[in-house]
Design a protein around this ligand. Sequence first.
Ligand SMILES: NC(=O)c1ccc[n+]([C@@H]2O[C@H](COP(=O)([O-])OP(=O)(O)OC[C@H]3O[C@@H](n4cnc5c(N)ncnc54)[C@H](OP(=O)(O)O)[C@@H]3O)[C@@H](O)[C@H]2O)c1
Length: 310
Amino acid sequence: MKAAYLDRKAGAEALIVGDLAKPSPKVGEVLVRVHAAAITPSELEWYPSFHLASGAARPFPIVPGHEFSGVIEALGADAAGFQLGDEVYGLNDWFANGAHAEYVVAPVAMLAHKPAELDHAHAAAVPISVLTAWQALFEKARLLHGERILIHGAAGGVGQFAVQMAKGLGAHVIASVSGACREFVQSLGADEVIDYHTTRFEEAVSDIDVVFDAVGGETLERSWRVLRQGGRIVTFAASSAGSAEPRVHDAFLLVRADGTQLAEIARRLDAGELRVRIAGAIPLDQVHQAWRPTPSGCRLGKTVLQIIQP
Ligand SMILES: NC(=O)c1ccc[n+]([C@@H]2O[C@H](COP(=O)([O-])OP(=O)(O)OC[C@H]3O[C@@H](n4cnc5c(N)ncnc54)[C@H](OP(=O)(O)O)[C@@H]3O)[C@@H](O)[C@H]2O)c1
């Protein structure tokens, strides 16, 4: 099969497009013919990208891209809930080869049927971001109707879902974004917008119930002072992972694959209760362009590798 892969520990500039052996599904897994897979820019900095769960080094070639949309082509034993030809979207094991390839294997528990109203490119950009937003808002922060939430990075991959879900719950949403993204986040439901380039958020807001942090670093550090007493912070930013500071450690969320949540999210996408934007869809043989940072301005979501042209 055609795939984009690394043959050594390196960044995306070293990705090779070539032929690899097609994987086979094991117990509880399916083989998916990938139609589209999203780019997560920080992925090659994650521990599982170059390690196995045991801590040993992962063998090369390594294929990135752990969220995708496609069609089931083969079923492993005990792969209940899906049939050959089903359109699915979801994630696969972080420690296994990903979906920047014509085929990927994935556990059925990490998949759901693709939202019927979305094409594969848009569906592929949903799983990691939407599950992070869902688990951060509803499981970790336990956001309630009527609460005031400050969302750092509200126009990003995760933030755009957080704005919509928080608004859908009846929260008062304050979005912190680049000024170029003001109208975009307002269209998603933001009640107030802070341009982080021109305004220090702690001078604009206080008594916040929940801070939703997609940025980390000094943005997170400055966020504690805007909380009301008893307010909560959830952070999932790459820079917050592994923090030795107890309150950051406690606020940190690591997303988990959850097919049941993806099924409910597909329903909301099909009903128009949630929307997804992508920055663009780029063919597999232009993988380096797809991984390149996009120019400044409001980026409106993730870039997707289009493995099969629609
Ligand atoms: N722990 C987990 O399980 C998990 C899961 C998903 C993602 N992540 C991590 O979470 C982070 C966000 O992911 P993402 O996919 O949403 O990234 P993204 O699409 O790059 O979005 C980040 C957004 O933050 C904005 N931003 C940058 N600095 C800011 C600041 N000081 N104040 C307000 N907004 C600011 C960026 O806007 P500009 O481009 O205009 O600067 C961008 O829109 C990444 O570090 C990612 O690795 C972790």
